[in-house]
Design a protein around this ligand. Structure first.
Ligand code: GUN
Length: 165
């Protein structure tokens, strides 16, 4: 599994992502949406897409972005996407191909929710795709602060501690 992970990182030219894991952008639309009165006052590409790889020994740490994010499963282990909604509801989504095990090949993480990801199988990895519209910009990306999250959502202490090591 480690050799396949290394091969994918090399072949797809993946780089470390600040949230954990590895990524490469594969699509950024030429078109730009202007949204002067909304969340994107200086405009954003219509849509962007990345390859994203996460190993069993990595986690995608708790973060949020301003667009809905569509996750697509390509190969490897299933993963669990842990979501904390602004109102405090915790939701778990499984991304994978085993439909008999409550996994789905595509999942949607709603804009503005806090989320992090863990790989389900030990000694494994996942390769997936993440598509956002309006397109991704690091200005719209925020890593969660542990103490702020614990103060806001004390009922989720365990999951917060595991997703912000
Ligand atoms: N481009 C750089 N980072 C990201 C990310 O976390 N998600 C998406 N969809 N695109 C990105």
């Amino acid at each position: 599994m480690q050799s396949r992970k290394k091969e994918l990182i090399k072949k797809l030219k993946l780089e470390p992502h600040p949230e954990g894991g590895y990524f490469a952008e594969v699509y950024r639309s030429d078109g730009v949406i202007n949204n002067e009165t909304g969340d994107f006052p200086d405009g954003r590409n219509f849509s962007t897409s990345i390859y994203y790889l996460l190993g069993s020994d990595d986690i995608s740490k708790l973060h949020r972005i301003k667009s809905d994010e569509l996750w697509h499963h390509y190969e490897g282990s299933s993963i669990t996407i842990h979501i904390i909604h602004p109102g405090g509801k915790y939701e778990k989504q499984r991304l994978g191909k085993d439909l008999e095990d409550e996994q789905f090949p595509q999942q949607t993480v709603p804009a503005g929710t806090w989320f992090g990801v863990t790989v389900d199988d030990p000694d494994s990895y996942v390769l997936c795709g993440c598509t956002v519209a309006p397109g991704f910009d690091f200005q719209d990306f925020e890593m969660a602060d542990k103490q702020t999250m614990l103060d806001a959502y004390p009922q989720h202490q365990k999951i917060i501690n595991s997703l912000i090591p």
